[in-house]
Design a protein around this ligand. Structure first.
Ligand SMILES: [Zn+2]
Length: 127
């Protein structure tokens, strides 16, 4: 039987994601979701990647909770890259999940709830 064959990471093409471009907030395309499986059945562990036609690839990892950061990457599941916004170099975009009260963090929220995937407003200086 096949019961003991290791299960490789599952890539889900054309999947839906709350991920949006952290720079221009448009929906990303070419979405790829890698399901890394859970340590236990009730832990959702996924990496979501998507491409903004203007700003390139981004990805975020969820481990039962919404992502804390959205990272610019050179390709799906690839190396981090930096982006320049205004005059700032940015390696990670913090999400509003960081600002959620502790009691909400401890509660069971839907890790795919788009409201927690919004990025904190960028501190881009306006000349
Ligand atoms: Zn963009």
């Amino acid at each position: 039987m096949d019961s003991f064959v290791p299960v490789p990471p599952r890539d889900v093409p054309a999947a839906r994601t709350p991920l949006r471009c952290p720079i221009c907030d448009q929906a990303v395309v070419d979405v790829q979701i890698r399901d890394l499986g859970g340590v236990t059945a009730d832990i959702a562990w996924q990496v979501h990647a998507g491409r903004c036609p203007v700003h390139g690839w981004f990805q975020a990892e969820i481990v039962s909770q919404p992502p804390r950061e959205i990272f610019p990457v050179n390709r799906p599941f690839g190396a981090a890259r930096r982006v320049i916004v205004g005059n700032e170099e940015i390696y990670a975009f913090a999400t509003v999940w960081n600002d959620v009260p502790p009691d909400v963090k401890r509660s069971r929220v839907d890790p795919l709830d788009p409201k927690y995937w919004k990025v904190r407003s960028l501190r881009v200086s306006v000349a």
